[in-house]
Write a protein that binds this ligand. Structure first.
Ligand code: SAM
Length: 259
């Protein structure tokens, strides 16, 4: 019999709207609310995921052979190590998540060899991640490193200092490293307000931010000239011309480099 869960989890609801099957009734109920009542939010989740994979390929094309995925989520149709290794065979990945359900599934499905680890840790405590034995084993901080924050900082409250979390890593990574960050963007539309309210109500945390607040998270890193861009358009094939939608503006991404 399947275990009952009292609360939905971010990872399982996100996975559910992306078509995943590892969820409980409470996750499905919330996922169905997004699908039925805020249908554009499904496109937001897909756009985020696809942009994270494109960012991984951009990093790989720049020669990056090691990535830490902060708040990796449940295994998906395509995963970061697969995108990275298509360009950089044998590249190393540390997946980090604070949800034990994600970690258990990740260890079973993502950790396919010794160059991949799935670590249970809280991104709000970066020192614990840096000190983790698997990070010490797999990550060489003297070499360019890719760091992904796929939507995760949206679940870090202001008083937990999301910019400080990025700064911690910016201070440690070598020149040539890259950080890709996506974040819910605040807005005044009915959809933006309803989505933010629902996320906060369901998960007890979650913050949509202005462009200025999101840019501030990059600190001293150099944001690419394309700046913060809707994930639907970030580094897409120029031949693709997605139909603009108000939902596009609710999730944006930016890639920054350590000079
Ligand atoms: C919506 S999923 C995104 C997954 C993936 N990064 C992506 O963009 O496709 C957010 C993930 O962040 C994780 N998460 C949220 N807050 C976290 C924290 N403080 N530390 C570690 N993981 C966290 C959740 O458990 C969840 O798996």
């Amino acid at each position: 019999m399947r275990k009952r869960q009292a609360r939905p989890s971010v990872a399982r609801v996100y996975s559910y709207v992306l078509g995943g099957r590892d969820n409980y009734g409470v996750d499905k109920a919330l996922g169905d609310y997004f699908i039925d009542d805020l249908p554009g939010s499904v496109g937001v989740a897909i756009a985020n995921r696809e942009s994270v994979l494109r960012a991984t390929r951009v990093m790989a094309a720049a020669g990056i052979r090691q990535v830490i995925d902060m708040g990796c989520g449940l295994p998906a149709a395509e995963n970061v190590h697969e995108a990275l290794r298509r360009i950089q065979p044998g590249a190393r990945v540390v997946y980090v998540d604070d949800d034990p359900f994600v970690v258990a599934h990740g260890r079973a499905l993502l950790a396919v060899d010794d160059a991949i680890a799935v670590v249970e840790a809280d991104i709000r405590d970066p020192a614990s991640i840096e000190k983790h034995a698997e990070v010490a084993r797999l990550i060489d901080f003297d070499q360019p490193l890719g760091i992904l924050f796929g939507i995760t900082l949206s679940f870090v409250n202001d008083d937990e200092d999301p910019a400080g979390v990025v700064r911690y890593w910016a201070d440690r990574i070598a020149a040539g490293s890259q950080v890709y960050l996506t974040q819910f963007r605040s807005g005044t539309s009915r959809e933006a307000i309803a989505t933010e309210r629902k996320i906060l109500e369901a998960f007890g945390r979650g913050r949509f931010r202005t462009d200025a607040e999101i840019s501030a998270c990059f600190g001293s890193l150099s944001l690419d000239p394309d700046g913060l861009t809707a994930c639907t358009r970030w580094h897409i094939d120029p031949a693709d011309t997605p139909e603009p939608s108000l939902w596009d503006e609710l999730i944006i991404g930016g890639l920054a480099r350590k000079q």
